[in-house]
Design a protein around this ligand. Structure first.
Ligand SMILES: Cc1ncc(COP(=O)(O)O)c(C=O)c1O
Length: 337
């Protein structure tokens, strides 16, 4: 049993060595040396050019919307962690839900056709599973609107060997403690264009550029040196961690695939070992069958064994009766991860 949501702790000795450097320099935040070192190492590891570290994955989304001039309605998936949508509401944007593909659990690009006018598409590589990027981007290109992938779960995910972060106008990452690679709290935005990256760098620093005001309304979303130090310490082990988690994901897949429903992975990718739910059939959720299942399971020490090792159960996601907006769009379905 591998507790997927248990944070990986940085080795204290190595972390301490980074802390000593911070204290020698007396430079605690504001694009310090460790921040820059982490940025460069992540760029190299992920094979991307314009990567901006930020304070968390939610701010990463908010800053990406602003850097790409997103306003008004936004097409997005109903199946994600709440931050994908709440970050839009916080920014005064209007989420328009496009349903997911029932096998991949990612936004279904076939349903984008016929969707109402919007200023951007925000799909999620949910549980690290790469979206159908070709179809999504063909649609967005035809409508001349940007694509921002919420890639919070997708550290290390690839399509045909290339990082998923290479697609879209921007992709956002979460480096929250529960993620495969983390900085306790933190995140990043990967931009396709350098000018958008530069704009975002001002946005996360009160709108300043080279310490001078630019007239842009900014916020503080910088990552501190202490957080960067955790990242650098864990980065030394990230190759092994990713490999180990991918092997475990494969073991679970093999063991569970005949018993429960699992997410169907993108044909060109391989699981990065992110946490992911399993689906139980609808009949399981009726009280009688759940009780009988529990009895059977507990006879084998099953359910209590699973609970004590940190397994969590949630109600299966189900499409509520879709409300239809005046122009025929699917306006709301349930959201749960
Ligand atoms: C899909 C998704 N988007 C955004 C976020 C927000 O990231 P953070 O917790 O770093 O703000 C999360 C966090 O788990 C997430 O799962």
């Amino acid at each position: 049993m591998f507790p997927v949501a248990k944070p990986v702790l940085p080795d204290l000795g190595r972390y301490g060595a980074y802390l000593e450097k911070i204290h020698e320099r007396v430079w605690l935040t504001n694009f310090g040396a460790l921040h820059e070192e982490l940025t460069e190492r992540l760029k190299e590891l992920l094979g991307v050019r314009h990567l901006l570290l930020v304070a968390n994955g939610t701010l990463a989304l908010q800053v990406a919307y602003r850097a790409l001039d997103v306003s008004g309605p936004v097409l997005t998936t109903p199946f994600s962690f709440v931050a994908t949508t709440s970050s839009m509401a916080w920014e005064g944007l209007e989420p328009l839900f496009v349903d997911i593909d029932e096998r991949s659990w990612d936004l279904d690009p076939r349903l984008l056709e016929g969707s109402p006018p919007a200023s951007a598409v925000v799909p999620v590589h949910v549980y690290g599973n790469p979206c159908d990027v070709e179809a999504i981007e063909a649609f967005a290109k035809a409508r001349a609107m940007p694509v921002i992938y919420d890639a919070a779960h997708a550290f290390g995910s690839t399509i045909d060997g290339k990082s998923v972060l290479s697609w879209g106008d921007a992709s956002t990452l979460s480096f929250h403690a529960t993620k495969i690679f983390h900085t306790a709290e933190g995140g990043a935005i990967v931009f396709r264009d350098e000018d958008r990256y530069r704009r975002a760098r001002s946005l996360i620093n009160f709108g300043l550029q080279d310490e001078l005001p630019t007239g842009i309304l900014g916020i503080n979303a910088k990552l501190s040196e202490y957080h960067a130090a955790i990242g650098l310490t864990l980065l030394d082990r990230v190759g092994d961690l990713l490999e180990h988690r991918a092997e475990l994901a494969e073991d679970y897949r093999r063991a569970l695939s005949n018993h429960v429903e699992l997410q169907e992975w993108h044909a060109g990718g391989s699981p990065n070992g992110s946490y992911a739910p399993i689906l139980l059939s609808a009949s399981w959720s009726s009280t009688a069958s759940r009780a009988s299942w529990r009895r059977k399971a507990s006879r084998r020490g099953g359910i209590s064994g699973l609970r004590s090792t940190g397994f969590h159960g949630r109600t299966r996601w189900s499409a509520r009766k879709a409300k239809t907006s005046p122009d025929g769009c699917c306006a709301c379905r349930s959201t749960r991860t």
